[in-house]
Design a protein around this ligand. Sequence first.
Ligand code: S3P
Length: 166
Amino acid sequence: MKSICLIGFMGSGKTTLGKELAKKLDAVFLDTDEEIIKWRQMGIPEIFQVEGEKRFREYETEVLKGLPQKDTVIATGGGIIEAKMNRDILNNDFFTVYLKTSFKEIKQRLAFDKNRPLWNQEMEKKQQLYENRQSMYEECADQIIQTDDYSTERMVQMIMKCIVHY
Ligand code: S3P
C-alpha cells in the first residue's frame, strides 16, 4: 500500500484520524511534528522561538523526504504544504488526504490551545493563513473530506473505500 499522508489546517484532526486509520489498516502511524521533536530534541514552540519558522519548515522537508512510502499512515503539520518541494513530494510519493475543516469549527476546537505558535496570534491573521492555504491543500489532495460533517469512524471508512479503488 502507498503510504497515506493526512494534510489539513491545525485542528483538523489529522492525528486522531491517522491513529484510527493506521489501526484499521494494520499500518504504522507517524506524525511529522513528533519526528521533528524526536530528531531535534526540542518542542515545536521552542523550535519556533529559538530557531524560527523558516528553520522549522526546513526540518519538515527533511522529515518528509525520509518518510516510508509504503504501509504507513502519516499525520503532517498544518503548514507542510507551504513549501513547493513538499507539495511535489506529497503529489508524487503519497496518497494524500486533505481533511477540510471550516474555520468556525477550528476556532472552537482550538479555543484553549496554547501549544501551536501560529495559533497564538490575532484572529484575523489566523483566518488569513487558513484562507491562503486552501488552494495549496487542494493542489496536493487525492481525496478531500469535509470533516465538520463526519465522525472519525465514518472518515476512516471513507478513506479505506477510496484507497481500495486507487
Ligand atoms: C503548524 C501546525 C502544527 C505544527 C506547527 C506549525 C502550521 O501542526 O506543525 O505548530 O504551520 O500550521 P498541527 O497541524 O498538527 O497542529
